[in-house]
Design a protein around this ligand. Structure first.
Ligand SMILES: Nc1nc2c(ncn2[C@@H]2O[C@H](COP(=O)(O)OP(=O)(O)O)[C@@H](O)[C@H]2O)c(=O)[nH]1
Ligand SMILES: [Mg+2]
Length: 644
């Protein structure tokens, strides 16, 4: 696709990030250059570093309600107004990764479309069924059945349309060496089902497409940065909720797109739930569609105050940056003819320019002011800055520490022969190394079990406290309003306390693991000092890097307590409230048990496995180092014997 005529993005947004990439690439070539046979003992460490570099593709998720303008914003970044289809039906919207300048692009691939497999496809229906399940639990069998039938109907329509191909496609993927508009539309766009019969192909595969990955070489962007367009969060059947949450769990920054005219009145609860499961440092809120307001700059202050207030109310306030702009202005600024902007958007742009003290007298001004007002530059700077300061800086720091270790291990092993002439019981020392490792691992296992138990107890206490507060809110509601009104109790406080329970459990596990490694390192140093009698040589740096702790994305999953479906509202209407306390308590427990389960099994256990890997790598590195010293000496010792 040619892009020469497209007015450029302001690349300064990515300067810091690109500088970091250049540094990381240098590490990459240095590590490659020391992969020689005579340093076999650092090979695993080097391989690990190379793998870490290769896997480092920070990605930015874009989330928001349907029609907030997520796809439009991405199109403005790419500089092509029709690149991703806009106005997509939520049931078919697909996680779409735009990989800019990807170093690990699959061979011969510019576009990769993955389909759901049978299990995922069935689960989609089950998740639609989740709504039904919740209805059932509340005693609304008819509503549950209605939901189920609607979902089944969508499913049947898809299967009938794809016919014989349907079974064959599940679990497969389609890869292409090039892509074009029609192809993207076949996999991503909903299209009009009626057109499909007349030879139209838009959306042909969309229902069963799980993700799309498009690889773009664009000198405006830094190396290895990926943006992910996600389905809207207000999908009625929650079909794609899990896929979206998984994407967020993997991303390193998140742009929450709000629509300006809605931002003032309400902030969507589904978005707040998602923000609750992302570290504030990784979130940027982008209030889009400012071009639709008559006096955009004046509105900014009001909208900002309103959003801040909402965030604070849910304990989410601190540190989230709020930016303003318009994907539409951005698109105009990046198009060949900015003056073709719709009159309303041009009018609001001029209002913005007046308020900001910019003048527009010609086309170049129009383009420049549209670009400035679009907020695109600030948005890109903000996310790039977050990645550079967070995972980017961390990556550089880790690689630097690893490089220092490798160099110092190599130097010591190569010069150590001269330092000690003693004969060693190699087998005994190797045994001791194994013991050091086994001790550390079994103590880690104990720590892990203890921490997990404490975490579970704390999650249960949070759940009980929530049930308590829900029931007492219910009582006072009845006291004030009588038993006629509908009643709800927002579970955000529960999510927030589960989130802090999880975060502190992870921190505690890290601290204990760190302590184990300090002990393990001391024991290995002891072998060096006493058994090998190597004077004045220290083990390499014992700086340890555990993976960054992130809030559990499962906490964002919708609970029926969050819903405002009519039947669910009716459930909370009471005949004789006091009598129903137990029933409400049971429903709340049943609804929130899965959260506890997921925090433990998906997030904590996963975290524990990562920490275990760090411990193993650390101790294995040191054991290989000692073994390499022993191996160096063994031939020398044998020689000495031979001479004798
Ligand atoms: N006026 C205006 N319209 C926009 C803007 N961004 C998106 N739209 C329109 O809103 C509709 C939905 O946009 P889309 O990007 O598909 O939203 P998504 O569902 O969040 O991906 C489309 O008709 C867009 O043209 C904007 O900044 N200003
Ligand atoms: Mg979209």
């Amino acid at each position: 696709m040619e892009r020469d005529s497209t007015p450029r993005l302001d690349r300064t947004a990515f300067q810091a990030l690109q500088a970091q990439w250049d540094l990381i690439s240098q590490f990459d070539s240095v590590f490659h250059s020391i992969l020689e046979p005579d340093v076999e003992f650092v090979r695993d460490t080097i391989d690990r570093c190379l793998e870490k570099i290769a896997a480092f593709e920070p990605n930015v998720s874009i989330i928001g309600q349907v029609k907030a303008g997520k796809s439009t914003l991405l199109n403005a970044m790419v500089g092509k107004p029709d690149f991703l289809p806009v106005d997509v039906n939520p049931w078919t919207s697909v996680i779409t990764g735009l990989h800019f300048n990807c170093r690990r692009r699959p061979p011969q691939t510019r576009a990769l479309f993955r389909f759901f497999d049978q299990y995922e496809w069935d689960r989609l229906i089950e998740t639609g069924g989740k709504l039904g399940e919740m209805a059932n639990r509340a005693g609304y069998a008819q509503e549950a059945e209605d939901v189920r039938l609607q979902v089944l109907e969508m499913r049947a329509a898809t299967e009938a349309r794809l016919g014989g191909a349907f079974q064959r496609l599940l679990g497969q993927s389609h890869a292409f060496a090039e892509f074009d508009q029609d192809m993207i539309n076949r996999y991503i766009c909903y299209g009009d089902p009626d057109d499909l019969g007349d030879g139209g192909q838009d959306g042909f595969y969309a229902d069963i497409t799980k993700s799309a990955d498009l690889y773009i070489e664009d000198p405006n962007f830094p190396t290895n940065l990926c943006f992910r367009d996600t389905p809207g969060v207000n999908d009625t059947f929650m079909m794609r909720e899990q896929t979206t949450l998984n994407a967020i769990g993997e991303s390193r920054a998140c742009i929450v797109v709000l629509s300006a005219h809605q931002a003032l009145s309400t902030m969507d609860m589904a978005l707040l739930r998602i923000i609750c499961a992302i570290d504030a440092r990784e979130v940027v809120i982008f209030v889009n569609r400012m071009d639709e307001l008559a006096d955009p700059l004046a509105e900014e202050t009001k909208i900002r105050a309103s959003i801040t207030k909402t965030l604070e109310r849910f304990g989410l306030g601190t540190g989230i940056e709020i930016l303003f702009g318009s994907g539409y202005w951005a698109q105009a600024a990046r198009s060949a003819q900015p003056q073709n902007m719709l009159p309303a958007a041009q009018k609001s742009l001029r209002a913005w320019a007046d308020a900001a003290g910019r003048s527009i007298t010609n086309e170049a001004d129009l383009r420049r002011v549209a670009y400035e007002a679009s907020g695109l530059h600030q948005l890109l700077s903000a996310v790039a800055g977050r990645i550079a300061d967070g995972p980017g800086a961390r990556m550089v720091e880790e690689l630097r520490a690893e490089a220092r270790n490798i160099v110092s291990m190599m130097e010591t092993v190569q010069t150590i022969g001269a330092k000690s002439g003693a004969d060693h019981d190699v087998a005994a020392i190797k045994q001791r190394l194994d013991r050091i490792r086994d001790t550390a691992l079994s103590r880690h296992q104990q720590n892990l079990e203890q921490t997990r138990e404490d975490l579970e107890a704390r999650l249960r206490r949070a759940q009980e406290a929530f049930v308590e507060s829900a029931l007492s809110a219910l009582s006072s509601h009845v006291a004030i309003y009588g038993e006629a009104e509908t009643w709800t109790h927002e579970p955000m406080s529960l999510r927030m306390s589960m989130r802090s329970a999880y975060l502190s459990a992870c921190k505690s596990l890290d601290r204990k693991a760190q302590a184990l490694l300090v002990e393990g390192a001391a024991a290995v140093q002891d072998i060096l000092d006493v058994d090998l009698a190597v004077v004045g040589v220290d083990l390499p740096d014992d700086q340890v890097f555990f993976p960054i702790i992130r809030p559990p994305s499962s906490l964002s999953a919708t609970l029926s307590l969050d819903l405002s479906q009519a039947w669910w509202q009716r459930f909370w209407k009471f005949g004789a409230a006091a009598r129903l306390r137990k029933k409400y308590a049971d429903v709340i427990l049943a609804e929130t048990d899965p959260l506890i389960e997921q925090v433990l099994t998906q997030h904590f256990d996963q975290r524990a496995a990562e920490v275990l890997e760090v411990i193993q790598d650390y101790l294995n590195d040191r054991a290989r180092y000692i073994t390499a010293i022993l191996d160096q000496k063994t031939p020398a010792t044998k020689q000495t014997r031979d001479v004798a």
